[in-house]
Design a protein around this ligand. Sequence first.
Ligand code: FE
Length: 194
Amino acid sequence: MPCMLIFLLVVSVFHVGCSKVNSPENETADTMTDQKARPDNPYYSRTDTTKLDLPDSVWAVVLTEEVYEVARKKGTEKAFSGQYWDFEGKGTYYCAACGNALFRSDAKFASTCGWPSFFEPIREQSIVYQPDSSHGMLRTEVVCGRCGAHLGHIFDDGPPPTGKRFCMNSIVLDFELDGNTGGGASSLRYLSLQ
Ligand code: FE
């Protein structure tokens, strides 16, 4: 009987150990970590690229007040106030509303504008451009290609190779450090699995 108990204990430990393994190819594990990252937001996913067309009334429930104000009401955070305007971590920036991958840190550059700035998105479909004539200016608005969240604007005064400056709001960006260790709020989802 003691042998049977030891055998069951070993099997249970092995099972728990396996369930904690995380890999990009393991969609189930990734979905679980997505839920850990945003437990109150069922639309948040790092793996599902299906476009979302949800009314503001839904976003008002699943987003924090601060993210909602920028993402859905096109607000702008104060210059030099956000989490990432002078942040130099190596990793990936995702949409804070839906988890869509937006920028790599390699495309981020030091800008004096006070907002995190990038010269290109991680992929062409990551973002959508829209004309914006608000506040007496003619600008081009940048919105998330998956959920339509307002992210910021794009200007033509960026560095090579594109000459573009994607001027973003930190509050709608969700950063994950390369290697899944340390730094950034989202990396906590991986630390919790180790
Ligand atoms: Fe989004």
